[in-house]
Write a protein that binds this ligand. Sequence first.
Ligand SMILES: [Ca+2]
Length: 89
Amino acid sequence: MSGVRAILFDDKRSYLHYLLGAIALFCPKITLLFATYEIAEALVLWKFGNRVERRKDFSTTLGDFCEFALGTFTALLLIALSPHTYGNL
Ligand SMILES: [Ca+2]
């Protein structure tokens, strides 16, 4: 079966990605650092890994970005739904 797959929460670092995504809402520079790290990691594995590792790494890298985005989305949602925010409406 072909297509693009994102493997989410595949290891313990995934929770760190999620947390970093939430923190990035308050410190956007983290997004740049995270993206740089993920792209560098993917390039190293693409250059030196075998075919299976390359395909798996693309899915896990995409998953890492999704975890990060989910963390940001969760933080945004919690802020939007907090009573403090409603108080300002
Ligand atoms: Ca992951």
